[in-house]
Design a protein around this ligand. Structure first.
Ligand SMILES: NC(=O)c1ccc[n+]([C@@H]2O[C@H](COP(=O)([O-])OP(=O)(O)OC[C@H]3O[C@@H](n4cnc5c(N)ncnc54)[C@H](OP(=O)(O)O)[C@@H]3O)[C@@H](O)[C@H]2O)c1
Length: 312
């Protein structure tokens, strides 16, 4: 489904970010690092949040090498552990009184069945519950920054997602693609419900979502070698209609994060065939993602599962 597009929006359209403090989950690689690269180039202060200290240090060093005056920090964050999320949020609140931008980007796809430290299915627990908890804990700092934004990264895969409330954690039946789809559907439902709550509270903070289409990153690490190779750069000549580089995949995230014309509740994705590749435009999400009753129910379930409630 090709959407109506205006002129192409590119990284050159990112306005000056000087003075804006940004936290990016999964910032040490893939789309998170590409997003960070553009934000620091536009003078934002960027905090890379990730679970692997060595990767965080390497990513920070890479950004500083490219730009010696880059304002880059790191914070340790394992989204599969509520204890780690609380520790990271406390650390961030100690460093920054206000946060202008939280990019909920980290994610994993199709792992074998596994559980978070708190006993939730790994994809739903990390991709959705982890970000639900982190955002809730950082809400005071976000609300304190005028015009702040929460951008959550979803996927075309949300279309296959079903919110089975009787078995959110796939305890009865685990299908790795179904669990990924559910987690990405949850990312969108969370965004829409959060936006409604922020608007009702008359907060200037807005919530938006974005998806990268299909981008070459390490996300496919749990897929077969054959699938990885088929999507990889060696076959660029034949797969370029299907897969794009991470820098292009980061553009919808960057647009949601920085376009002055963006409004709360908007979802950005690529403008190409089936939203797989292309430049970022406003796209629509599945009807299921827009079910308000289900959004409210997911919110309540997420509060219960994480023990975290929001001030809005
Ligand atoms: N690439 C695509 O085609 C595509 C398509 C649709 C949606 N997306 C979405 O885009 C987002 C970014 O993915 P990517 O493509 O950049 O994949 P990636 O290269 O695998 O990066 C994912 C990042 O998430 C981090 N992460 C995973 N589990 C974590 C945890 N428990 N705690 C903290 N960080 C964790 C990873 O850290 P480690 O390095 O430590 O594992 C990594 O930094 C994901 O939400 C994904 O669902 C990607």
């Amino acid at each position: 489904m090709r959407q109506v597009s205006s002129d192409h929006w590119t990284a050159k359209d990112v306005p000056d970010q000087h003075g804006r403090v940004t936290v990016i989950t999964g910032g040490s690689g893939g789309l998170g690092l590409e997003t960070a690269r553009v934000l620091v180039a536009n003078r934002a202060t960027v905090v890379l949040a990730g679970r692997n200290q060595a990767k965080l240090a390497a990513a920070g060093a890479e950004l500083r090498r490219a730009q010696p005056d880059a304002a880059v920090e790191t914070v340790e964050l394992d989204l599969a552990s509520l204890e780690s999320i609380r520790r990271a949020a406390t650390e961030l609140a100690g460093r920054f009184a206000t946060l202008d931008l939280l990019i909920n980007n980290a994610g994993l796809m199709f792992p074998p069945y596994g559980l978070t430290k708190d006993g939730y299915e790994l994809q739903f627990g990390t991709n959705h519950l982890g970000h639900f908890a982190l955002t809730g804990l950082l809400m005071p700092q976000l609300l304190a920054a005028p015009g702040s934004r929460v951008v959550t990264v979803s996927s075309n895969g949300h279309r296959a997602g079903r919110m089975n409330f009787a078995d959110l954690n796939s305890a009865r039946h685990y299908h790795r693609a179904a669990a990924y789809g559910r987690s990405k559907l949850a990312n969108l439902m969370f965004t829409y419900e959060l936006q409604r709550r922020l608007a009702a509270a008359k907060a200037s903070t807005i919530a938006l979502a974005a998806h990268p289409g299909t981008a070459r990153t390490e996300l496919t690490r749990h897929m077969s070698g054959l699938s990885n190779a088929a999507m990889g750069p060696r076959f660029r000549a034949v797969n370029s209609w299907l897969v794009q580089d991470a820098a292009m995949g980061a553009l919808p995230i960057l647009r949601a994060a920085t376009d002055p014309a963006a409004i709360g509740g908007t979802y950005y994705g690529p403008d190409g065939f089936l939203q797989l590749t292309g430049y970022p435009i406003v796209v629509t999400s599945s009807g299921r993602s827009q079910n308000r009753q289900a959004q409210r129910r997911l919110w309540v379930e997420s509060e219960q599962l994480t023990g975290i409630t929001y001030p809005v």
